[in-house]
Every structure is written in structure tokens, then in C-alpha cells.
Design a protein around this ligand. Structure first.
Ligand SMILES: C[S@@+](CC[C@H](N)C(=O)[O-])C[C@H]1O[C@@H](n2cnc3c(N)ncnc32)[C@H](O)[C@@H]1O
Length: 256
């Protein structure tokens, strides 16, 4: 498990929360009474759910004590619990099982998503957003750098990549068990002040397992320097000095 730094993650709170708002906005649920937010992180997605359905009982679940501490600090009236999505089982069905930008940290989506759908009450929904930016230069460059001759011997162990499948995979996994499915992909165009912001962005997420696997602080700093040089070359500045950072995301909604 990577270590999480909530404040680093929240540097891009608006960009990271927009897909969550888009997913919520699309849901056709009148008044869900029980909602669980799996991988709630610092509580930003839980807060959006509460804004949309203020009367619902909403629980945020996460396995990072750092993230839960930030969630409890920023949203003291909400319920947040420590738990692992990989083993999560609930005795009572939920009207909405929601997960924004978290399930990519878990493997075997062919088993995971049907299991989560089984926790949904009849008439309710499973709603998931997954980052699917693995072919973008910013993510490809992390992998290329880590496997380069300069770096591959320096990591303490193998580093697990994010799990994300194609939309058709999720259709096949969920359609036999769902009353209705909606699937879509969106490519967001984030406008960032410069390539340093991409390094900051991934320091809050995808770079974490790589940095955690480098023992020496000076190695971590050098890895970030090499990564900055690579993204600077890959993302040219616009005439106004800013850069465009396209980011693709998948959305999966299965109603029971
Ligand atoms: C990228 S953050 C997403 C936070 C928030 N949902 C949002 O919309 O921005 C991913 C969160 O998933 C959590 N997570 C990853 N694997 C998990 C697992 N197996 N069980 C519970 N939480 C997990 C991490 O601790 C992290 O807080």
C-alpha cells in the first residue's frame, strides 16, 4: 500500500472532484437512504454525495489512516470508517455503493465489481469512476523511467501498476447481474501552470508506490527531477505559458 499525503492529494481537489460530481449528477436514484463511499480518501467525494442527498446516511470507508484523519478533520459530522475494500462485506444492502478514483488500487476487477454489485439493494446502484490515463505520456513516462537502466535496480521490490480494464470488460462482468448499465469515458483537459504541476499531481497518486519503493531520500528527489525533465519535454507550453494535461476517466453505473 502506498503512503498517502492528503494535503498533496488535495492540491488538485477541484480537478479530482469534478469527475465525482459528474458521476453523481448522472445517477438516476430518487432518495437513496444508505450510501457507502469506498476509498473515500480525504472525504471530498463523501461531501459531494452529502450535498446531493443530504438526508441519506453516508459512510466513507478507506484503509489509509492519514486520509481518514484528514476526512474527519474537514468533515467532522460525517461517518468515516477504516476498512479494506478487498475484504469489505456488509450484512445490509446499500442503495448506492459509490467509488471515485479508488478501485484502480485493487486487482481482479472481474471478481471485485460483481462482488460490490451484490452489496447493492434492488433498485439501487453501483457507481464507479476509474482513471484510465495509462497511455498518456505522463503515466507512460513514470513506467519508462522506472524500468530504465538508470533506475530499475534501485527499487526495493516489484511495483504493482494500477488496474483498469476496457469498458467492454466491465459490461461483460456486470451485465448478467444488473437491471441496467451505463458506461462512458471522458477526457478532461486540465489546464496547469507548468510541467511541475504534473509532477505534483502524480506525487499525490501514481508516483507514490514508486517513491515508497526507493529507500534513500536523495534517490526520491533525483527520480522526481528525472520525471520533471521527461514531462517538460512531453507537454509543451501554450503561448500563454500554461500546459494542457489531458486525463481520461471511465465511468461505470450498474443498477440492480
Ligand atoms: C485517489 S484517492 C480517491 C479519494 C476520493 N474518493 C476522491 O474522490 O478524490 C484513492 C483512495 O482509495 C483508498 N484505497 C486504496 N486502496 C484501498 C483499499 N484496498 N481499501 C480501502 N481504501 C483504499 C486510498 O487510501 C485513497 O484514499
Amino acid at each position: 500500500m502506498p503512503t498517502w499525503k492528503p494535503d498533496q492529494y488535495l492540491q488538485f481537489a477541484d480537478e479530482r472532484t469534478q469527475p465525482c460530481r459528474d458521476l453523481i449528477q448522472r445517477l438516476r436514484l430518487q432518495q437513496p437512504e444508505r450510501i457507502i463511499d469506498l476509498g473515500c480518501g480525504p472525504g471530498n467525494s463523501t461531501a459531494e454525495l452529502a450535498r446531493r442527498w443530504p438526508k441519506a446516511a453516508i459512510t466513507g470507508l478507506d484503509n489509509s489512516s492519514e486520509m481518514l484523519a484528514a476526512a474527519r478533520r474537514d468533515y467532522p459530522l460525517r461517518e468515516f470508517i477504516l476498512g479494506d475494500i478487498a475484504t469489505w462485506q456488509s450484512g445490509m444492502p446499500w442503495d448506492l455503493v459509490f467509488s471515485n478514483a479508488a478501485l484502480q488500487w485493487l486487482s481482479d476487477h472481474g471478481e471485485l465489481l460483481p462482488r460490490l454489485l451484490r452489496q447493492v439493494a434492488v433498485g439501487g446502484a453501483l457507481a464507479v469512476q476509474l482513471p484510465a490515463n495509462d497511455q498518456a505520456p505522463a503515466q507512460r513516462l513514470i513506467r519508462e523511467l522506472a524500468t530504465s537502466s538508470a533506475w530499475r535496480g534501485r527499487f526495493r521490490g516489484p511495483i504493482r501498476d494500477w488496474s483498469v480494464e476496457r469498458l467492454v470488460f466491465y459490461y461483460d462482468a456486470l451485465a448478467p447481474r444488473a437491471a441496467k448499465i451505463e458506461l462512458w469515458a471522458t477526457e478532461y483537459q486540465h489546464i496547469l501552470p507548468g510541467p511541475e504541476a504534473i509532477v505534483q499531481w502524480y506525487q499525490g497518486t501514481g508516483l507514490r508506490p514508486f517513491l515508497d519503493a526507493l529507500a534513500a531520500p536523495e534517490d526520491r528527489a533525483r527520480f522526481l527531477e528525472d520525471y520533471l525533465a521527461a514531462v517538460t519535454a512531453a507537454y509543451p507550453r501554450q503561448p500563454d505559458g500554461k500546459i494542457l494535461f489531458p486525463f481520461r476517466r471511465l465511468f461505470i453505473v450498474a443498477y440492480r
